[in-house]
Design a protein around this ligand. Structure first.
Ligand code: MV4
Length: 591
């Protein structure tokens, strides 16, 4: 077994991996950017090293810096978590070349699954059913038109070959829409993956997203841990996941389990991975394989009792899996809600900021995986997911009731999160009937009704004069040391983290209509570049009308009017940079 693991990630997944290491008796090394000096994963690890400025391209994505820290700290393995370098075959290969074990599959498996067309070709040859369509890229719109006429038919999905997770995915219901879909998918593929090539799939009108968790070791064992349903998504971001999938019975489970095992075996997989697919009318089609531990692995941990992260670490160390397929027993029902710093009522606009009070739910069957605490800053620079709330109970109905109870217990002040959205969705008839809720997450009026109450102003710090013990972290040559200073409280500055909150926390107000302040200015929630301006000065808008699209971190964020009225001022233009808080439009009520 390894003696020291470097975690090349941040946030909740870094903490999750550190916990697994602690249980296995393995020392941990964190890396962090300048923005993450006070982050949970940094405090939690045995050692921590600064690797650069906030932007991931200058820190969490810099392979050489991470390998330098691995060598300097004497780590014998690197865990990539998810995102960042997790599915970068070059990183896996660089680790191998440096004599450091990459905790994940061989670089060749990452590469084989990285190209979606190559993966489709490989899978169909391995007997894995794929969505009907091409296994090669289609060079031009005219070529696409011909292939569609000959084989695929309409409606058609145009997908980026370098894609995945729904990025670079466009639909053409008819031939009229093909050119725009082709160009959209190609442009997005170029932007996200540096690959403008696309392929075609038949577009399935109302599938469920069902994925299978697999584990593999270097001794020839490949097993599956059942499936998860992740159909509740918004712009291809999963919001709620559950296991078992409501539409999967034991017979179908065995069938898709075998499909997933065949897919993993075909690329000599090692560790934890997920085979994603679409389920429609009892037919299952391979979509792609995620060659890493996923955000939603926790629901499977709850229903199987198997620690997926520890199994991945053991497999990377050359140990056999701790369970055989026959020993996998699925029990009860688990649900996960992603608690993102986003405003569902405003088109899921990012809502970065500083957390005030923070209190996680607990009690029977409740698990929270998070990387934040009181006073944590949620930067617009990174993923907006602040926590995952996972519950388990005997069946779906009871698990839903437990989730609603836990969501109500979750206290996060001064930050807008998806908690009210989850409360509304899990209370809906569509969820109770196990529908995909696709129309709800697109329904602007319904989403608006989930509006969180206006964030209260930060409480004034009025602590009595006394000696306090303060923990500080000092940084010497990029290395962190913890020091404790006991003395009078610091003169000014932010309120001490949650210290001595005398007032009983007010119960979070329930979703209540409006919430937005009465101001005329529509402020940008984030820093980015204006991609599109959707209104003209002088125009009349409704609350929720699209005003502009701002690109930040390669994501397109739709900014909508915060109230009805007339656009009095529109100080933005396509291509311009905006900072968080900048005025995008001034909207006055009435004419
Ligand atoms: C599809 C599809 C329909 N037909 N592919 C791809 C990435 C994943 N996030 C969802 N993806 C889809 N791929 C074909 N050929 C529909 C979706 C899809 C979806 C599927 C199941 C449940 C919810 C969904 C929400 C958006 C898109």
């Amino acid at each position: 077994m390894f003696s020291k693991i470097l975690i090349a990630n941040r946030g909740e997944i870094a903490v999750r991996v550190i916990r697994a290491c602690e249980e296995l008796g393995i020392a941990t090394v964190a890396v962090y950017s300048e923005l993450d000096r006070d982050a949970a994963h940094v405090r939690r690890a045995d050692e921590a090293y600064l690797i650069g400025p906030g932007p991931a391209a200058e820190s969490y994505l810099v392979i050489d810096k991470i390998l330098d820290v691995a060598r300097q700290s004497g780590a014998d393995a690197v865990h990539p978590g998810y995102g960042f370098l997790a599915e970068n075959a070059g990183f896996a290969a660089a680790c191998e070349a440096a004599g450091i074990v990459f905790i994940g599959p061989p670089a060749s498996a990452i590469e084989a699954m990285g190209s979606k067309t190559a993966a489709r070709d490989l899978m169909s040859k391995a007997g894995v059913p794929i969505v009907p369509g091409t296994t090669e890229t289609v060079a031009t719109v005219d070529d696409a038109r011909a292939v569609i006429a000959e084989t695929v038919g309409y409606p058609v999905a145009v997908k980026a070959a370098g894609g995945g997770g729904g990025k670079g995915f466009r639909v053409a219901l008819t031939e009229d829409e093909l050119e725009a879909a082709f160009e959209g998918a190609s442009r997005e593929g170029e932007k996200f993956f540096g690959d403008a090539t696309v392929y075609l799939e038949r577009y399935l009108p109302d599938p469920r997203h069902v994925e299978v968790q697999v584990l593999a070791d270097r001794h020839g064992s490949v097993i599956h841990l059942g499936e998860r349903d992740c159909s509740v998504q918004r712009r291809h971001q999963k919001l709620i996941e559950e296991s078992p999938a409501p539409a999967v019975d034991p017979e179908l489970r065995a069938r898709i389990g075998k499909i997933a095992i065949d897919a993993a075996a075909a690329v000599d997989y090692v560790g934890a991975g997920t085979v994603e697919g679409l389920l429609q009318d009892g037919e299952y089609f391979f979509l792609e394989m995620n060659t890493r531990v996923q955000v939603e692995h926790c629901v499977t941990e709850m229903t199987t009792g198997i620690d997926i992260v520890k199994e991945g670490i053991r497999a990377a160390a050359g140990e056999p899996l701790s369970v055989t397929q026959d020993e996998v027993v699925l029990r009860g029902h688990a649900i996960e809600c992603r608690i993102n710093a986003e405003n569902a009522a405003k088109n899921f606009a990012p809502a970065p900021g500083r957390i005030g009070r923070y209190h996680e739910p607990a009690g029977p069957g409740v698990r929270v995986d998070s990387g934040v605490g009181p006073g944590s800053e949620i930067s617009p620079m990174y993923d907006p997911m602040v926590a995952k709330l996972i519950v388990w109970d005997a069946d779906r109905e009871q698990a839903t009731a437990r989730m609603l109870r836990a969501l109500d217990e979750f206290e996060i002040t001064e930050l807008t999160t998806l908690i009210p959205f989850h409360q509304a969705l899990l209370s809906s008839g569509q969820w109770a009937r196990a529908e995909t809720c696709r129309d709800l997450v697109e329904d602007k009026a319904w989403l608006k009704a989930t509006a969180p109450a206006a964030a209260p102003a930060p409480a004034e710090a009025d602590e009595p004069e006394e000696k306090v013990s303060q923990d500080y972290t000092v940084e010497v040559s990029g290395r962190r040391f913890a020091v404790t200073i006991i003395g009078p409280p610091p003169a000014a500055g932010p309120a001490a983290n949650g210290a001595g909150a005398a007032r009983k926390p007010a119960r979070r107000e329930r979703a209540a209509g409006g919430g937005a302040g009465g101001g005329d200015e529509l402020a940008s929630p984030l820093q980015g570049t204006v991609l599109k301006v959707a209104v003209d000065a002088g125009a009349t808008v409704e609350e929720g009308t699209l005003v502009c699209v701002i690109e930040a971190m390669k994501m397109e964020n739709e900014i909508t009017a915060h109230k009805a009225g007339t656009i009095k001022d529109l100080p933005i233009a396509v291509g311009a940079s905006v900072a968080a808080g900048d005025t995008l439009a001034v909207i006055t009520a009435g004419e």
